[in-house]
Design a protein around this ligand. Structure first.
Ligand SMILES: [Zn+2]
Length: 89
């Protein structure tokens, strides 16, 4: 687990509005693969919670800058897709 602060804002957390401070998480999911994702540092919000295949897959599962940036872009994508009220046509 690694906490970090972004230089530029990500999408603000829908719960607390935090857009810069996150905690990187990683978890081994199979023998040679790990998932890396970020949660809100302030409130722990995790937009990928309960979703399969929405996290960054990494062989080493490291929370290095590259993986962290990819995980932040997943955060952005998830919040983007959550944002609109689910309008069904
Ligand atoms: Zn938050």
């Amino acid at each position: 687990m690694r906490s970090f602060k972004l230089k530029t804002d990500a999408r603000p957390c829908p719960k607390c509005g935090n857009a810069r401070e996150f905690t990187a998480q990683s978890r081994q999911v199979c023998e040679d693969g790990c998932e890396v994702w970020v949660i809100c540092y302030w409130c722990g919000y995790d937009p990928t919670e309960g979703k399969i295949g929405h996290r960054v897959e990494s062989v080493m599962g490291g929370t290095d800058d590259n993986n962290v940036l990819m995980a932040v872009s997943v955060w952005n994508d998830e919040l983007e897709s959550e944002k609109p009220e689910k309008v069904k046509s």
